[in-house]
Design a protein around this ligand. Structure first.
Ligand SMILES: *Cc1c(COP(=O)(O)O)cnc(C)c1O
Length: 292
């Protein structure tokens, strides 16, 4: 049995996800453009006097819009089957907790200081939160070892929010190996565009208990769009796909996000360069201030 199914809430393994007309009969942008009517979807007519926009917005969107998945697959170098587009990385966090933690029984592990939503999502779902604080901005591997077998999901954030630093690669691998039979290790890469060569997506091939989180909210400057990506092996993506809403990505979101991924990479890297330059000058300025 895959580690995904072994660690999942048991009822999800056999569960059949909501069978929308989109999932059953058609997917892809071509289907969006065609004129088929699905009586069971209860969509309003969108032609002629009923047309509200040129975008076929009277139709339900694909569960995972083709154009968006293709664009992110090209950007991150993974297969489409290893990608789940979500309403921000925050939804990825929530789906992971809901998929692997039984309410009032299971726990997640966080390494504070870290991103606040891991604990909030866990508490909302009735999962407990075990903390193993960072020591001098790096992992306390001994502390993590004590929690093996006691937690279902481990959240690591690299580059870290709020620390701003990367976790050493050897430490991340050590953590993944410690938990390889008993927990999913999530590497939150919300800020990876600020040091893209440090991405840990290559670990997805070597370890099946790893998930990488991404977002368009930070370096891509699209926080208002609500678009993130969960990267993992196909077993994990299949599981999370049962828990997510049937139409998580609205058509305008898919359109703006794929356009940005197809034509806006250079603008994004330019933005990152400018942010890094400003960071350096602020850090020099701060170090010259007597009160710092
Ligand atoms: C901002 C942030 C997120 C959430 O991003 P959204 O895609 O906007 O939900 C997740 N993790 C970290 C570390 C963040 O800083």
């Amino acid at each position: 049995m895959s580690i995904a199914n072994k660690l999942a809430r048991a009822e999800l393994v056999e569960m059949v996800p909501y069978q929308s007309a989109r999932r059953l009969f058609a997917s892809g942008d071509a289907a969006q453009a065609n004129n088929k009517t699905w009586l069971n979807a209860n969509e309003a007519p969108g032609k002629g006097e009923y047309q509200v926009s040129s975008q076929n917005i009277n139709r339900y969107p694909d569960f995972q819009p083709d154009s968006l998945l293709n664009a992110y697959s090209h950007y991150c170098g993974l297969e489409r089957t290893q990608i789940l587009a979500t309403r921000g990385a925050d939804e990825g966090i929530e789906l992971i907790i809901r998929s692997f933690c039984r309410a009032y029984q299971d726990s997640i592990l966080i390494c504070p200081p870290t991103y606040g939503m891991y604990a909030i999502s866990a508490e909302n779902h009735g999962a407990s939160v075990v903390t193993v604080p960072l020591i001098d901005n790096i992992l306390d591997l001994e502390g993590l070892q004590h929690q093996v077998g006691k937690v279902k999901v481990v959240f690591l954030c690299s580059p870290g929010n709020p620390t701003g630093n990367l976790l050493p690669k050897e430490q991340i691998i050590k953590a993944i190996e410690l938990f390889k039979d008993s927990a999913i290790v999530v590497i939150d890469e919300a800020y990876i565009e600020f040091s893209p060569e440090q991405t840990k997506t290559a670990l997805l091939k070597e370890y099946d208990n790893v998930i990488v989180l991404r977002t368009l909210s930070k370096a891509f400057a699209l926080a208002g769009l609500r678009c993130g990506f969960t990267l993992a092996n196909t077993d994990i993506i299949t599981l999370l796909s049962k828990v997510i809403a049937p139409y998580p990505i609205s058509a305008p979101v898919a359109e703006i996000a794929s356009q940005t991924l197809n034509t806006g990479i250079q603008q994004m890297t330019q933005r990152v360069r400018e942010c890094n330059k400003i960071k350096t000058s602020i850090s020099i300025w701060l170090s010259e201030q007597s009160l710092v």
